[in-house]
Design a protein around this ligand. Structure first.
Ligand SMILES: *Cc1c(COP(=O)(O)O)cnc(C)c1O
Length: 360
């Protein structure tokens, strides 16, 4: 078995102990004589899998009782539409656009109501987070929307926006479970799980109960109503049983490592190894203003597209995978989610140092 250090932005690395545990259960789940893949979602055994997954997630994140946890298919992208369809009561929402993902979310929301872009960092190719302490929040805004960690541009918020009493909605796809968050500060947190948690095809939505409406316009598809999922324990139809099962394993694994405080410490250490090198390097530089650097996604460039391509090819040949940057930023991007071991980041930095010395 040869596993590479996979720096993909998503789907991304999974913890090896979790993969090994799944491998043991894949043919016969705990004496059931069948795989979780083959199991009815209405079975007692599966009910226990989803209940435990939810309980462990609540425990990890400290999710209060007045929030529902929903397991929804369609990834984070479907949430770009579900959020405005479900939360726009006045038909108005304020969006802070800090990169590709919040931009996409804002343009999708425009299909359902009025979208105000109340702050943006587009002027500098999304390399920073704008001042969000005193924004022109619309009196009628049903919510204020952020992407808390921009996967492509590599930025993250230092402080949450002052929403002036409005509901805060956050896309946490690429930082989900990377550090503790105070759930009570948000009306809704969601994330596609394939970045930092599990296999693709599942979004987890954590929503304050009073935001779940039953008076939605008739055009909203049944599947896209939060109350459909909330009232049916995320099993209105067949859920993504497999992804929920794997996520449950990851939740237990994170708990065994000490929970989100412990993950945050490890993630800070990992990111520091890479950023410290980039700051000392003459060949590479990070593309994000220091204050707003993501701990999860680290874009960096040489400043020359041909040189960037040569470095990407060299990393690949050396066993580091998926370091090519997104085309909108160029260069390289190292995604160093929870499952990337510190040894992987250290090995990459050692390689880049050596490469720099040889190509000076
Ligand atoms: C990847 C990503 C998405 C889109 O996720 P899908 O599950 O592919 O729809 C949305 N938001 C952020 C921040 C992402 O990183």
């Amino acid at each position: 078995m040869a596993r590479v250090f996979n720096f993909s932005a998503g789907p991304a690395m999974m913890p090896l102990p979790v993969l090994e545990e799944i491998a043991k259960e894949v043919v016969d789940y705990r004496g059931c004589g069948m795989s979780v893949m083959e199991m009815s979602h209405r079975s007692k055994v599966y009910q226990q899998i989803i209940d435990e997954a939810e309980a462990d997630l609540r425990d990890l994140m400290g999710i209060p009782d007045n929030y529902k946890v929903l397991f929804v298919q369609g990834g984070a992208t479907l949430e770009f539409a579900m959020i405005p369809m479900n939360l726009m009561k006045n038909g108005v929402a304020d969006y802070i656009v800090t990169g590709a993902w919040s931009k996409k979310a804002a343009s999708e929301a425009k299909k359902y109501g009025k979208v105000n872009v109340i702050a943006s960092s587009e002027d500098k190719n999304y390399s920073y987070i704008p001042d969000v302490s005193d924004l022109p929040i619309d009196d009628d805004a049903d919510y204020v929307y952020i992407c808390e960690n921009e996967t492509i541009h590599g930025t993250t918020y230092k402080e949450l926006p002052n929403t002036k009493g409005k509901v805060l909605v956050a896309d946490q796809s690429s930082m989900f479970l990377s550090k503790p968050v105070d759930v009570t500060k948000y009306g809704l947190i969601y994330g596609g799980v394939q970045k930092n948690v599990g296999p693709a095809g599942l979004a987890i939505v954590i929503i304050r109960e009073d935001l779940i409406r039953d008076d939605l316009p008739a055009f909203v598809p049944t599947y896209c109503r939060f109350d459909t999922h909330a009232n049916n324990g995320s099993m209105y139809n067949t859920p993504n049983c497999w992804a929920i099962y794997v996520c449950g394993k990851v939740f237990k694994y994170l708990k065994s490592l000490g929970g989100l405080e412990a993950m945050n410490e490890i993630n800070k250490k990992k990111a520091a190894i890479l950023y410290d090198y980039l700051d000392s390097s003459k060949l590479f530089k990070g593309t994000v203003e220091k204050e707003y650097r993501s701990l999860m996604n680290v874009p960096f460039v040489t400043g020359d597209a041909d040189k960037d391509a040569a470095v990407v090819a060299a990393t690949k040949a050396a066993g580091f995978d998926n370091l090519k940057g997104h085309r909108s930023v160029g260069g390289l991007r190292a995604s160093i989610y929870n499952a990337m071991p510190i040894e992987g980041v250290q090995a990459l930095v050692d390689f880049l140092k050596d490469y720099e010395a040889k190509n000076a």
